[in-house]
Design a protein around this ligand. Sequence first.
Ligand SMILES: NC(=O)c1ccc[n+]([C@@H]2O[C@H](COP(=O)([O-])OP(=O)(O)OC[C@H]3O[C@@H](n4cnc5c(N)ncnc54)[C@H](O)[C@@H]3O)[C@@H](O)[C@H]2O)c1
Length: 266
Amino acid sequence: MSGRLEGKVAIVVGAGQTPGDTIGNGRATAILFAREGARVVAVDRDLASAEETVAMVRDEGGQANACEADATREEDCRRMVESATRELGRVDVLHNNVGIGGSDAGPAHIEEEVWDRILEVNLKSVVFPCKAVLPVMREQQGGSIINISSIAAVCSTGIVAYKTSKAGVNAYTQTLAIGNAKHGIRANVIMPGLMDTPMAIEGISRGTGIPKEELRKRRDEQVPLRARMGTAWDVAHAALFLASDEAGFVTAVALPVDGGQSARIG
Ligand SMILES: NC(=O)c1ccc[n+]([C@@H]2O[C@H](COP(=O)([O-])OP(=O)(O)OC[C@H]3O[C@@H](n4cnc5c(N)ncnc54)[C@H](O)[C@@H]3O)[C@@H](O)[C@H]2O)c1
């Protein structure tokens, strides 16, 4: 490995994962950041899941600590950043991976409780970790924030709460980036497309009753590039670039990682 994050401290929020056959975006990102030399704080509401990620990092000789926090709660986010700075001295990278979409529906069927839950989780879990880390990054005069959105933000999907929340993440990140550029803080969005992760495959299969292999086939067919979904490692590698100094002049970008799907017409 080439040590592209050597000397950096990275907080990955949502670093555990939905159980399943494959690896999730947050877990793969935490592992890849550590492989590249970062000291990683693996944050999750589910401490046991964050600890599994930490064990995987340490098994490879990397450095990581687990931290239990609900990213939608401002107080938890403040505590998460305080403990990272107390124990590791700084925060160079904040990667916000939390996102949900269960029970979403179209405009004629969306239920108030579902709308509130999806909007609350997907927006607050970006806004409050960022708010907590900004004073530290401003003091350092540098840092990289990566928010995980979705191509749903820019493509029509038929479901409204997830799409609206992710479009909100894109909009929020633009303001975050421009407002903090003078402090040397970069902020970018990754928009994953159809990924073969447990959140998508096991999650949607459970919600719809479509068998996993049938679901994989249907999702693969929609992807222009080799008619194959991406994996969590594709998201992790894009995040690695944005986290690293190689992306030193890249800010306020919304990067699709989607095998060309968001560019497809018809
Ligand atoms: N898989 C896909 O096809 C796909 C496509 C587009 C976008 N995305 C985005 O990728 C992200 C999730 O990817 P993943 O594969 O890592 O999912 P995942 O479900 O495996 O992991 C998400 C983690 O976040 C944690 N979490 C949930 N709510 C939390 C909260 N309030 N506070 C702290 N932790 C919380 C969960 O416990 C879980 O460990 C989401 O933002 C999702 O919208 C995924």
